[in-house]
Design a binder for this molecule. Structure first.
Ligand SMILES: *[C@@H]1O[C@H](CO)[C@@H](O)[C@H](O)[C@H]1NC(C)=O
Length: 186
């Protein structure tokens, strides 16, 4: 694992994920104790463009002891729960297979931007657009099983098709505000 972490750090830097590479270096002692990991990461540009919240929440984006290539993620059923390194905080597959606009797997409602950015024998990293929002079971129930009224409406909006209900979950992540980097690991 130590060798594979070093390999990942080098290759992430070359791939435009230098900040994630640095974060992995910081978390090296903890990560080295795991069998393998799946990491969801923001590239450097996305972090500077408003995704800085990722920096204080990297551990929420690491799935310990699961090696999930993109094809493995695609085959997980919706609602599948994955552990993260934050105790009690889990990730949920929220891919919406039903409906005309479904495409690709989502984790906590965030789509994958770059599948399999880098991978080796123990580590696979997927690029995401936004830091994952934390979901709680209540949120999940309202987001993924939006009740559809008898008249075919959903939520508070009227005259929308069930498919449109499904592709606009109530708790879709908002773009985090831009704040300076003078906190967290800096
Ligand atoms: C990843 O680690 C887990 C836990 O030890 C193990 O069960 C699994 O087989 C490993 N996966 C791969 C692809 O090495």
């Amino acid at each position: 694992m130590r060798l594979m972490l070093r390999d990942a750090i080098l290759r992430l830097r070359e791939a435009g994920y230098g900040i994630l590479a640095l974060a992995i270096r910081v978390k090296f002692p903890e990560l080295a104790t795991l069998q393998n990991i799946t990491v969801f990461g923001l590239d450097d540009l996305s972090i500077f463009a408003g995704g800085h919240g990722y920096l204080t929440d990297v551990r929420f984006h690491v799935v310990p002891n699961h090696f999930l290539m993109h094809s493995d993620l695609m085959s997980l059923p919706q609602g599948n729960v994955l552990p993260s390194l934050v105790p009690g905080q889990r990730l949920v597959v929220t891919q919406l297979r039903a409906g005309p606009f479904s495409s690709g797997v989502r984790i906590n409602h965030v789509p994958i931007k770059v599948p399999n950015v880098i991978y080796n024998a123990k580590i696979v990293v997927h690029g995401i657009y936004l830091p994952f929002p934390h979901l709680y079971l209540d949120d999940l129930a309202s987001a993924d099983h939006i009740s559809i009224g008898e008249s075919g409406t959903c939520g508070t909006s009227s005259a929308v098709s069930p498919d449109e209900c499904l592709v606009t979950p109530a708790s879709a992540p908002a773009m985090p505000a831009i704040v300076d980097l003078d906190d967290g690991m800096y």
